[in-house]
Design a protein around this ligand. Sequence first.
Ligand SMILES: [Mn+2]
Length: 300
Amino acid sequence: MTKLVEHRDTWSGLLHKKPDEATVGILGIPFDNAVSWRSGTRHAPARLRSITPHLAFFTEEGTEIKPCIADYGDVESDLEWTRYFKTVQTKAAEVMNQHKLAFFIGGDHSVGIPLFKAFSECKQGKIGYIQFDSHPDLIDEFEGHKWSHACTARRHVEDTRLEPANLAFVGLRSYLSEEINYFNENPKVGRFSARHVYKHGIESVAHALIEQMKDCDTVYFSLDIDGLDPAYAPGTGTPEAGGLSTRECLELLHLLFENLPIQAMDLVEISPPLDHEDVTALAGLKIIYEVMGMMQEKFD
Ligand SMILES: [Mn+2]
């Protein structure tokens, strides 16, 4: 098993004394070879961990978060891309098999390809996948590669057990024509644009997602930070104006965690070199800490 992060200050004292019994297993994937524009996401796991000693371990409603984390560190870089993704898949499966929630910190969105492959192989029953993102990442091949961060969701539906009817997106506002064609050919895919969220509200979207995923035995939630508006998350490689607020994202997660069997989640595309005063890293950490609170509420 991967060596655990044990520094007493990391995660503000939330590391579980018996890692095998921790509710949440964390794994960093510091990889950004697959971006189409600006990189830097490989620095996110280390940057996020380095801020945690300064954060209080309470949810925003005032509930103390008890020690609940086993941190497996990072999957170290490997210049051989195929081998690296295979290693990520193997380590991700170990974390998923051990904990109620496996939480992965990227890295660019391409790391979702081996992560979701592991999910599809080690979980039983019908699987669901919800992606919070300004982009659908449904391109078959981008800039000569099927593992671009623009191809992640397409790989999921083509290379795993995921059915289009159990695939959904929230926050969309940027597309290529191939992706629109995919949506037209697969009308059962859940598709909630940022504008739809603005007009109908995040609760209505959450309820539609819960209805869409009601037959799923397990759900994977992928959070691309560029689903948020650049005002809330400027530190990312391909920002898109007109996005959701951190508040809306948190409300969506509350409703989904309460009502769906989410057993794995990733947080990708945070780029510390492109960030300003850690605004984006802090948005990501707020989300992580609130998710820990949601897991505690659900299982304690
Ligand atoms: Mn994106």
